[in-house]
Design a protein around this ligand. Structure first.
Ligand code: F6R
Length: 598
């Protein structure tokens, strides 16, 4: 959450570089934004709203070679101009991503030392603390060491002082990269912010101070001894941010799913099932799997649970990371903890991973972003190949995560001899044909007429059984996050234990019916809501006739792969509903793509 960027260079297009960087980081938060730049003194320009608003306030003719910028997702303090970053106290100006947990205690101490604060943010206090130490020891690096020792919580900082032409950075539990280009040096929350201008990049480790001048980058440990840097060339191909003619990134990313599926699974299946065995870890040594994740990634875990339990006979416990990290866990040396995350930076998921590692439990990460913290810290990485996902609501990364969990289920089922050669042949054939089937599912049905029928409703329900219940949860989350309609997912058989009282004339109920053995059961639940006035929409792989008001038929494939088709109509119905409601589809209100605070 929040995006930071900084530039120290030789060119005089600093403000353009900062604004371009912030635009690329807007997915991390878009409540307000600001930049601080140096020309003789430090100047700050801020605005409430998206980066476009800030851009309009900036005079790009100003001659400046150094600056820091910030796009905010508010944690402490409401969204307003005063609370937006950069913050400035005394001789120090900073941008911050993270949360300073002990800011109240620090605030009191600083106020006792004569400091006055204007905002309700934790960042202004962090800035005051750095200023206090800077004045005390007259050395900004020493001040940052003291700062790191004092604060609790998470931070990635870009720091400028009144007296020097250098940017300093430190981080803990929030991501930060440093990058070099022909005309200067950079810091940012994500490589995408600087890939247009920089050539090589490295991830800043915790407890390291980066000193960035216009022609050098020097790293120091907490004893202020110089440490080595390790830059790698930036892979610019992954940072394509073109919408390619689509109205929204979300739609573009939905359309990318056939390719993403192919790219994600094919490295594991070059020589059929044998290469799957060779390229994946040996899962047979585990008698329990814990899948830990947040949001949609958590929903992929629920799909994974259904598949791994059914096909591989291994019990799977799926938990929301924000709960898992603080509860008693019953894992042991025969447990594998799998974390699932698009960004690889989600604070709670990362904390769950670190907890398992601290307890010496084997860990595996299913992650999209190369080089992210989870990708680096897990014992084993299974990288999905979704490419850059820009829409805040995940679609293609969700599918790729599901695909990876399906491969794990297949691998384990095969290793345990639970599926025979014929079935494996059938699965491999379906895998080959799946991209075309996903494409047809995207193109062949009319999702707009369903959207027209439901978009004015205040409440919408999703119901399903088994794996279809896990998909209902994803469908419901997708709808509420981008269209702001209150929607709930229910296990189809559970509705009548209370929630059915909310069904009235015209309430839309979307039933998901792909589990062969359970379709008739869910049909009965559809009939129950229908007789109470619901408008019923069926998403099914069966040709069964029921009293659906609307029906979307998806191709029937092996159960290990079915969710990858079933989710498509759910994504597109949400998209069309949000479009009709004129919502900000790619950047829904209150959300941010990378949730790096707990
Ligand atoms: C919903 C969505 C979120 C993320 C969640 C976890 O569309 O995108 O629910 O799935 O914030 O994020 P990652 O996968 O980056 O850990």
């Amino acid at each position: 959450m929040c995006g930071i960027v900084g530039y120290n260079g030789k060119g005089n297009n600093t403000l353009r570089i900062l604004i371009d960087g912030l635009k690329a980081l807007e997915y991390r938060g878009y409540d307000s934004a600001g930049v601080a730049y140096k020309n003789n003194e430090i100047n700050i320009v801020k605005s409430v709203g998206k980066i476009n608003e800030l851009e309009q306030k900036i005079d790009f003719d100003i001659d400046t070679c150094m600056g820091i910028g910030h796009t905010r997702w508010a944690t402490h303090g409401e969204v307003n101009l005063t609370n937006s970053h950069p913050h400035h106290v005394g001789d120090v100006t900073i941008v911050h991503n993270g949360i300073i947990e002990n800011f109240n205690e620090i605030k009191k101490e600083l106020m006792n030392n004569g400091y006055k604060f204007n905002t309700t943010t934790d960042t202004e206090i962090a800035c005051g603390l750095i200023d206090y130490y800077y004045k005390e020891c007259n050395d900004i690096k020493e001040a940052l060491v003291k700062f790191m020792d004092k604060v609790k919580g998470s931070y990635a900082l870009g720091v400028m002082t009144k007296d020097s032409d250098t940017i300093y950075s430190v981080r803990k539990d929030s991501p930060l990269i440093i990058a070099k280009g022909e005309n200067g040096n950079f810091i940012a929350s994500d490589t995408i912010a600087v890939s247009k201008y920089a050539d090589s990049v490295m991830y800043l480790e915790e407890n390291i101070i980066a000193e960035i001048t216009n022609d050098s980058i020097t790293l120091f440990d907490k004893d202020l001894k110089e440490v080595e840097s390790n830059f790698k060339l930036i892979d610019k191909s992954v940072d394509n941010t073109d919408k390619c003619g689509y109205d929204h990134y979300m739609l573009k990313e939905i359309h990318e799913q056939p390719k993403v599926f192919r790219d994600t699974v094919s490295p594991y299946l070059e020589n059929g099932i044998d290469s799957l065995i060779d390229t994946m870890p040996d899962f047979t040594k585990y008698n329990r799997i814990d899948i830990v994740a947040c949001g949609s990634a958590y929903h992929t875990g629920l799909v994974g649970k259904s598949l791994i339990e059914e096909f591989a006979d291994v019990p799977v416990n799926v938990e929301v990371a924000s709960e898992y990290r603080y509860k008693k866990n019953f894992y042991d040396d025969k447990t594998l903890v799998i974390v699932v995350s698009q960004s690889g930076e989600t604070a709670d998921t990362l904390a769950a991973l670190r907890k398992a590692k601290d307890d010496n439990i084997d860990t595996l990460a299913i992650v999209n972003v190369e080089g992210s913290t989870m990708a680096r810290e897990a014992d084993v990485l299974l990288k999905i190949k979704a490419g850059r996902e820009i829409a805040v609501a995940t679609t293609k990364a969700y599918s790729a995560q599901v695909a990876m969990l399906s491969l794990i289920a297949l691998n384990l089922a095969n290793a345990k001899g639970n599926i025979d050669k014929e079935e494996i042949k059938e699965i491999l054939k379906d895998i080959k044909e799946l991209p075309v089937k996903i494409e047809n599912t995207i193109l062949n049905s009319d999702y707009t007429n369903i959207a027209e029928a439901i978009y004015k409703n205040d409440n919408i329900f999703f119901i399903g059984r088994g794996i279809d219940y896990a998909l209902s949860m994803e469908g419901s989350l997708k709808l509420k996050e981008i269209s702001y309609i209150n929607s709930q997912a229910y296990a189809a058989g559970e509705l009548k234990h209370g929630t059915i009282s909310l069904i009235e004339e015209g309430t839309p109920v979307i039933g998901i019916l792909t589990e062969e053995d359970l379709i008739l059961k869910t049909i009965s639940n559809i009939e129950e809501v229908k007789s109470r006035g619901a408008v019923t929409i069926g998403v099914t792989n069966s040709d069964i006739n029921s009293k659906f008001d609307y029906k979307i038929e998806v191709p029937k494939v092996h159960k290990l792969l079915q969710p990858l088709l079933t989710v498509v109509p759910l994504q597109l119905i949400s998209y069309e509903v949000a479009k009709l409601r004129e919502c900000s589809i790619d950047q829904p209100k209150n959300l941010a793509k990378s949730v790096t605070v707990e």
